[in-house]
Write a protein that binds this ligand. Structure first.
Ligand code: UT7
Length: 311
């Protein structure tokens, strides 16, 4: 029996920050941001920490999965913006969920974190180590954003998503995964000594366009599927032009790709999960659909999952 996603949740902080508001303190324009990135708005956590966002998404995922928190055997939190280096966000939310005792750890794979976390969870579920695993992708990027740098400040947003991974019925679930990294590209996207995101946008763009398409194709091959089998693509919401390149590589029509970047910006490890929650609510992902998740991020890292949706 495969492991699969049996419940999802998300949390978006209240304060919206539109492109026109950013225009007021940075030399940029709504037109530039929309046409170059697809972003129209993002949300900023003002009085909440990363663990607060993570906890709220986790609660919703547990409820949506129809389990109780004490049935969770392992918590994996993917983030690069933890409240502090330790304790981990996973331990912090474990305390708030009132489930002391289960395993809990943070992982660092930047925007690919949700895919890395889910692929790790798959191993533990399919080896019968745990019945349910909570995977959270969460970022409070606003606290490491250099609000004077127009190359990066317009891109990012805060948010959280969570998934409960468990066994699903025959034929459904995570069919294949691909994880990868190229440490030689670490210099293109990193946290600088001033604790701000530093990015060579053009290099990351080139890498992302190539890698997203490549990974999506690889994971399909691993699953024994072809492009024609794909019902829906959920790419990391980094830049609409990068996402479109992945969609075209799979030969999919526009309506078969998730697009939430205009609302939330790039929420890094949270973006794929947030998109899935919205797509499920809008009926864009249905049971038995073949869904491909693909992401890339700092590291440089990448990852993809092929799933047959449903419990
Ligand atoms: O989760 C992973 C995170 N990172 C990414 O996904 C980033 C990947 N890269 C990108 O998305 C794109 O490279 C950016 C959106 C960051 C930049 O778009 P671009 O089309 O690659 O622009 P560019 O860096 O080549 O810059 C073009 C021009 C430059 O002006 P000049 O030198 O041509 O006069 C920039 O200074 O656009 C200028 N520019 C801006 N103008 C207005 C850069 N940022 C802005 C801005 N507003 N915010």
């Amino acid at each position: 029996m495969n492991a699969g996603i049996i419940g999802m949740g998300k949390y978006i902080p209240e304060k919206a920050l539109s492109n026109s508001e950013i225009e007021q303190f940075l030399d940029t324009s709504d037109e530039w941001i929309r046409s170059r990135t697809g972003i129209g708005n993002r949300y900023i956590a003002e009085n909440e920490e990363t663990s607060d966002l993570a906890y709220k998404a986790a609660q919703q995922a547990i409820q949506n999965a129809g389990i109780t928190a004490d049935e969770v055997g392992l918590i994996i939190v993917a983030t690069v913006t933890q409240d502090q280096n330790f304790p981990s966000v996973a331990c912090q939310i474990q305390e708030r969920l009132g489930i002391s005792g289960c395993g809990a750890m943070d992982i660092s794979a930047a925007c690919s974190g949700f895919i890395y976390g889910t692929a790790i969870a798959k191993q533990f579920i399919e080896s019968n180590s745990y019945e349910y695993i909570l995977v959270v992708g969460v970022e409070k990027l606003s606290k490491i954003t250099d609000w004077k740098d127009r190359n990066t400040a317009v891109l990012f947003g805060d948010g959280a998503s969570a998934a409960v991974i468990g066994k699903v019925s025959e034929g459904r679930g995570i069919l294949a995964y691909e994880l990868g990294a190229d440490g030689t590209g670490g210099k293109h996207l990193y946290l600088n000594p001033e604790n701000h995101i530093s990015m060579n946008g053009r290099e990351v763009f080139k890498f992302a366009v190539r890698q997203m398409g490549e990974s999506a194709v690889n994971v399909l091959e691993k699953a024994g599927l072809t492009k024609g089998d794909v019902d829906y693509l959920v790419p990391h919401q980094a830049n609409i032009r990068i996402m479109e390149a992945a969609r075209e590589r799979l030969g999919l029509p526009e309506e078969k790709m998730s697009k939430t970047i205009q609302k939330y910006g790039n929420t890094s490890a949270a973006s794929i999960g947030i998109s899935i929650v919205d797509d499920l609510a809008e009926g864009k992902i249905k049971d038995d659909d073949i869904v491909v998740l693909v992401g890339f991020g700092g590291g440089l890292t990448w990852g993809a999952l092929a799933l047959k949706w449903g419990k």
